[in-house]
Design a protein around this ligand. Structure first.
Ligand code: NDP
Length: 453
């Protein structure tokens, strides 16, 4: 008979927390879980899932245009936002229910309440009850960060975008990362006049220069008013007219809505962690070792709250590695190397491994690159261009990085990721027969490097 109420108590019902709870329960552990908001967390409720459905919704405008170019007799019209939003909300309700049933079906004892820590083995729930557990897992995710500036209380974030009663006519998006760029494309596709401010010289800092340059070029070409080297100085609420914005370049303008996508902060505050000796980093992240263990041996943390790699599949893997380590007696460090990811801009950017800039700082490389007009869009008269790029080590011939800008680049990079993770060389790529006619066949048909560095 255990001295604790549970073997494991998980705080946070997002992708990572739910996976860890279910896997631990499958190993015979008694598991409790507390979630203060909706079950499913950022990814399911206010992130990846509703975002991707909005990407689909917004992409039909171009599909209709292209279909007409292919000879279809279609009439144009705006999206009926309340119709889409209602369906989206129903889908999120459905998914929340799926998550709740998955937990209950696995025997996890879950509650819809906030939990805080009282000691290394005890959590206190919002209703005042206290639960003890041998191990506690913090999987509380993150939340949007909005810088403090005059009028910043008038802005919205990606959390609010899915619930807008009406689609605004105009919108200013501030930021140049994943969320800002994805929503600039989504809202533009839905018919909103989009302006995007980014404080640096080029959006998507940290991604391959050539790839992010092409994404920026295509966003501008589609009609997004992208203004780099520009930030907000001040905002004022102008009632029904919208929000007045003064920019660092001296200009000002009025937008129906202003959305900030300037990064996310780990949700570590107010949990009682510091008092227990859990180390909190400068950005508010819970500091953990390779096994997701904090400085307090019974307390572990996974996912965005640890600010390692803020991606859903990474949080899930961290949850699985935690269960493997703690409940299967098989210490498993999390492998954060060569993570493929995609930015669902229009066109998409898929990436795995090193950028050209990072790779050439490390070792001599060959760069293989092909940029061309894709058949489907070219036939429709669109000026779109696709980029397929491989970064190859001169010494080992290993593919160190792959960057794709193309429709469905997210789907492609998932598969390329397998080969790159396996350590495939350029010659391994070349031995594979092309699938013709596709865009991705360029990945196995690029003969000579375009440059070496
Ligand atoms: P990012 O860190 O990607 O981007 C933040 C952006 O905001 C940067 O362009 C940054 O500029 C800018 N910024 C930061 N502070 C300020 C400021 N004070 N004033 C003006 N601009 C500022 O964060 P996101 O919010 O876009 O996304 C958070 C995380 O969520 C991502 O890192 C990613 O891990 C994850 N995500 C993944 C997605 C996917 O896989 N498709 C989709 C959405 C999110 P600078 O570059 O100069 O620092």
């Amino acid at each position: 008979m255990s001295a604790f109420d549970y073997d494991l108590f998980v705080i946070g019902g997002g992708s990572g927390g739910v996976r860890a709870a279910r896997m631990a329960a499958a190993e015979g552990a008694s598991v409790g879980l507390a979630e203060e908001s909706r079950m499913g967390g950022t990814c399911v409720i206010r992130g990846c899932v509703p975002k991707k459905l909005m990407v689909f919704a917004s992409s039909y405008r171009e599909t209709f245009d292209d279909a007409r170019a292919y000879g279809w007799d279609l009439t144009d019209g705006p999206i009926y936002w309340p119709g889409f939003r209602g369906k989206l909300e129903a889908e999120l309700d459905r998914l929340e229910g799926v998550y709740q049933r998955l937990l209950s079906g696995s025997g996890v004892d879950w509650v819809g309440q906030r939990a805080t820590l009282r000691d290394p083995h005890e959590v206190e729930l919002a209703d005042g009850s206290v639960k003890s557990a041998k191990h506690i897992l913090i999987a509380t995710g993150g939340r949007p960060f909005v810088p403090d500036l005059p009028g910043s209380e008038h802005v919205i974030t990606s959390d609010d975008i899915f619930h807008l009663p009406d689609l605004p006519k105009s919108m200013l998006i501030v930021g140049g990362g994943y969320i800002a760029c994805e929503f600039a494309c989504i809202l533009h596709g839905l018919g909103v006049e989009v302006t995007q401010f980014y404080r640096g010289a080029q959006i998507l800092r940290g991604f391959d220069d050539e790839a992010r340059g092409l994404v920026a070029e295509k966003m501008i070409e589609r009609g997004i008013h992208l203004r780099t080297g520009t930030n907000v100085l001040e905002l004022q609420d102008r009632g029904a007219d919208g929000t007045w914005v003064k920019a660092t370049d001296g200009s000002h303008g009025i937008y129906d809505r202003v959305m900030y996508a300037t990064g996310r902060d780990p949700n570590s505050r107010g949990l009682g962690l510091e008092d227990l000796g859990v180390e909190i980093g400068r950005r508010g992240q819970i500091v953990v070792d390779a096994y997701s263990q904090t400085a307090v041996p019974s307390i572990y943390a996974i996912g965005d709250v640890t600010d390692r790699v803020a991606l859903t599949p990474v949080a899930i893997r961290e949850g699985m590695a935690f269960t493997e380590t703690v409940f299967k007696g098989n210490p498993t460090p999390v492998d954060h190397e060569l993570i493929p990811s995609a930015i669902f801009t229009q066109p998409e950017l898929g990436t795995v491994g090193l950028t050209e800039e990072a790779a050439r700082d490390r070792e001599p490389i060959d760069v293989y690159c092909s940029s061309f007009r894709p058949m489907q869009q070219s036939f429709a008269g669109r000026e779109d261009r696709v980029l397929m790029k491989l970064i190859v080590s001169k010494a080992t011939r290993k593919v160190l990085g792959c960057h794709i800008v193309a429709p469905q680049a997210g789907e492609m990079i998932q598969l390329v990721g397998i080969a790159v993770k396996m350590g495939a060389t350029k010659e391994d790529f070349d031995r594979v027969m092309a699938v013709h006619p596709t865009m991705a066949e360029e990945l196995v048909t690029m003969r000579a490097p375009v440059r070496s560095a």
